[in-house]
Write a protein that binds this ligand. Structure first.
Ligand code: AMP
Ligand code: ZN
Ligand code: FE
Ligand code: FE
Length: 280
């Protein structure tokens, strides 16, 4: 990265599929030199207040209330500066958690038909109090010796083209963007390359049409700086953001899983001037 990193707007805690609790995560971010971070758990706001409280006790790092909403077609919409105490939001998220439990059980059934017997209680124990999801199933698969890595679990079974994929997500990207806006927040499309059919020019053109559609619903930003994106990917996304009037956001999407290629907080994020645009 050719700018100093003070901002990370994509982080997960134990309240979804991250490994660190809010206190340990905020402390790690502070230790790694970050000044502004957002906690963006999947469909869950329960880790925000504690993260803010920890950041206030440290005094030199700010926590921006955030969320990562799962929407149809595996699109993830990040929301920042949302009113996380809104009762309507809490009700919607409670329904989402019920859907996640149903979806997880369906996936376990599909796996069992493929001869992979993993126990609901094991998956549940990996999720703890957090929003249950595919990473917890992947951990149970690894623990049971059915796959060697997260990558194998997703590539073969749990990913969009996997043998045990259950794609049941209720919310559309439009609804997610509108929800974030109704909560006074700023919406950003997460890991945009996941929404591209390929890396060639025509894939980028197809994606730009999607982007224009999302912008018409109120999308404000694009995750340009993400995890291990290459310089080429960053400049391609930056160009798309600038030509479509979107703010360049970003973050590590740190989960703390200890995978060998995991990008730690403090190594990737947007420049301060882009963050200032988002903040204002
Ligand atoms: P879920 O919340 O159940 O839809 O799971 C989404 C999470 O699964 C993502 O945030 C990632 O942490 C993880 N994930 C999704 N796709 C992959 C993949 N291909 N390889 C590894 N992890 C993935
Ligand atoms: Zn995740
Ligand atoms: Fe995501
Ligand atoms: Fe994420």
């Amino acid at each position: 990265m050719n700018h100093e990193i003070f901002v990370d707007l994509h982080l997960h805690t134990t309240f979804s599929d991250g490994v660190l609790n809010p206190k340990d995560l905020v402390n790690l971010c502070y230790k790694n030199g970050l000044k502004y971070i957002s906690i963006t758990d999947h469909d869950c706001i329960d880790g925000i207040q504690e993260s803010i409280d920890v950041s206030k006790s440290i005094g030199k790092i700010d926590v921006i209330p955030g969320i990562e909403l799962s929407t149809q077609n595996e699109m993830h919409i990040l929301g920042y500066y949302i009113d996380y105490e809104d009762l309507g939001l809490k009700k919607i998220l409670a329904n989402f958690q019920d859907d996640r439990i149903i979806r997880t059980k369906e996936t376990i059934n599909l796996l069992s038909q493929l001869g992979i017997d993993i126990d609901w209680n094991v998956v549940k124990s990996f999720a703890g109090e957090g929003a249950i999801g595919r990473p917890h199933i992947a951990k149970a698969m690894i623990a049971g010796g059915f796959v060697k890595s997260f990558k194998d679990a997703f590539d073969i079974y749990l990913g969009k083209s996997g043998l045990a994929y259950v794609g049941k997500v209720r919310m559309t990207p439009k609804e997610a963007i509108e929800l974030i806006h109704s909560l006074g927040g700023v919406s950003v499309l997460a890991h945009p390359t996941f929404c591209m059919p390929g890396t060639d020019d025509s894939s980028i053109k197809i994606f730009e049409k999607t982007l224009i559609e999302l912008k018409s619903y109120g999308l404000k930003g694009l995750e340009v700086y993400y995890k291990n994106y290459s310089a080429d990917q960053i400049s391609m996304l930056k160009r798309l953001a600038l030509s479509n009037g979107l703010i360049c956001a970003g973050g590590s999407d740190f989960h703390g899983n200890g995978e060998p290629d995991e990008v730690l907080p403090g190594l990737v994020g947007p420049p301060m001037r882009d963050f200032s645009l988002l903040r204002n």
